[in-house]
Design a protein around this ligand. Structure first.
Ligand code: ZN
Length: 164
């Protein structure tokens, strides 16, 4: 039995922040603003997994007014969502994802992102796909004001330990 989920996440650029996507710190003169490390890619993937499980958005699980989670690595958030997925008896079939960012170029970092995500979700790297595109100078992404990430995940039931 399979379940599909999708999500989109957006974060604005801000001075004096690190740019972290897919758990990789990327050299750039500004980073993404948010309560955690603002890793839009990992947030989109985590929320897509929650969606596949029929659960509410990531904000319901992680309270962004909780000081204990200020600036935490989103790899920790993804790991928490992974644990929920396993408890419900599912594993990753595959993840397809897309980062929409004007600059910097992502291509040198995509393999490392795939590695981080596969490691965190305890699956083969061949099950994880991370793509990147730009917005052709259009809109808030094209004007380098922010970044969006999208993810689609397919989960596969491996254990019969939930009612649905
Ligand atoms: Zn986010």
């Amino acid at each position: 039995m399979y379940k599909i989920g999708q999500s989109t996440d957006i974060h604005p650029f801000k001075e004096n922040r690190k740019l972290i996507l897919g758990g990789v710190e990327i050299p750039y003169h500004k980073g993404l603003d948010g309560h955690s490390d603002a890793d839009a890619l990992l947030h989109a993937i985590a929320e897509a997994i929650l969606g596949a499980l029929g659960m509410k958005d990531l904000g319901h699980l992680f309270d962004d007014s909780d000081e204990k989670t200020t600036n935490i690595s989103s790899l920790i958030i993804l790991k928490e969502v992974y644990k929920i997925m396993v408890e419900k008896g599912y594993e990753i079939n595959n993840v397809d994802s897309l980062i929409i960012i004007e600059e910097p170029k992502m291509k040198n970092y995509l393999d490392k992102m795939v590695h981080n995500i596969a490691f965190t979700l305890n699956c083969e790297e061949s099950c994880i796909n991370v793509k990147a595109t730009c917005a052709e100078k259009l809109g808030f992404i094209g004007e380098k004001k922010g970044v969006a990430a999208q993810a689609v995940v397919l989960l596969k039931k491996v254990k019969n330990n939930e009612s649905n």
